[in-house]
Ligand binder design. Structure first.
Ligand code: 2AM
Length: 168
């Protein structure tokens, strides 16, 4: 199974991202638009593993206190368009703790530098219109271990475990 670790977004933040996607579509942009239920912020990508149990155990040892996240701006990696998050030391710290817990348990993961983004469109075609995102904020009180499966109509993400913050 193919695994990754992510923050699942609040309804309010997803609504703001859907609004941005709609503006892009109305501006003539085409491509594979991420569906609302698939919107997430990846903290670490693990990839194929035979068994989720060691990953669940490693993640259970990660502790953090709740923090807030704020949407801030759009960007792209080639034809993958995303919405970014404002600089957030607690977010960076959570990603670091998760990656350290995986490493200490001998679970391989993608070591690419953490670059917090929510993918909005894959294989985007068209010019980036003057869409602004920003302002939408959410409280992060949990992260999740997610399984990714290729469905008939796109990716299907399933939550295998949810790890909540300790109130600090
Ligand atoms: P992306 O949206 O920028 O493609 C599930 O595939 C999630 O893991 C997506 O959020 C994806 O980011 C992210 N991810 C990070 N590294 C990845 C990799 N090496 N291969 C596939 N997905 C990766």
């Amino acid at each position: 199974m193919r695994l990754f670790i992510a923050i699942n977004l609040s309804e309010g933040m997803k609504a703001a991202l859907i609004d941005a996607q709609n503006e892009m579509y109305d501006g003539g942009v085409r491509g594979g638009f991420t569906t609302e239920e698939n919107m997430h912020l990846t903290l670490a990508f693990i990839g194929e593993v035979p068994d989720a149990e060691p990953v669940l155990e490693a993640l259970a040892a990660v502790s953090f206190t709740p923090f807030s996240l704020c949407l801030e701006g759009l960007g792209c990696f080639g034809d993958l368009w995303w919405a970014g998050m404002g600089a957030s030391p607690p977010l960076e710290a959570l990603a670091r703790r998760i990656r350290r817990a995986l490493a200490e348990s001998g679970i391989p993961f993608d070591r690419k530098r953490f670059s917090p983004h929510v993918t909005l469109i894959r294989r985007a075609r068209g010019d980036m219109p003057g869409v602004t995102v920003g302002g939408a904020a959410m409280n992060v009180d949990a992260f999740s271990l997610m399984r990714s499966d290729r469905g008939r109509n796109g990716m299907i993400y399933t939550e295998l475990g949810r790890f909540t913050a300790k109130q600090g």
